[in-house]
Design a protein around this ligand. Sequence first.
Ligand SMILES: [Zn+2]
Length: 106
Amino acid sequence: MKKVYSANSLMEAHLVLDLLEHAYISARLFNVHAQGVMGEIPFTHAYPEVWVIRDEDFVRGREVVSAYEQAPIEPGTVRCPVCSEENPRNFQLCWQCGAGLETVLY
Ligand SMILES: [Zn+2]
């Protein structure tokens, strides 16, 4: 496993994870909870992290991440039709519940 991204927020971490999965790269989130699963992780190091499962996906994963980092941030949010969570407009799936967001765009 290799870390491809440190996110500033849980929402960003979910967006990157979603992008990786669309590129058929298996990835996992770590530090999803501020306290961390491991009691010894200091709070200040507990930014959400995205790790690829297979080391050989690392280069491709980094390409996905840098494409995301260079993409302009689309203004506005989309409200999930299922759980009413606000999602960034470029999300395809609700970060909270995983419901598809495409339908609300039309
Ligand atoms: Zn939702």
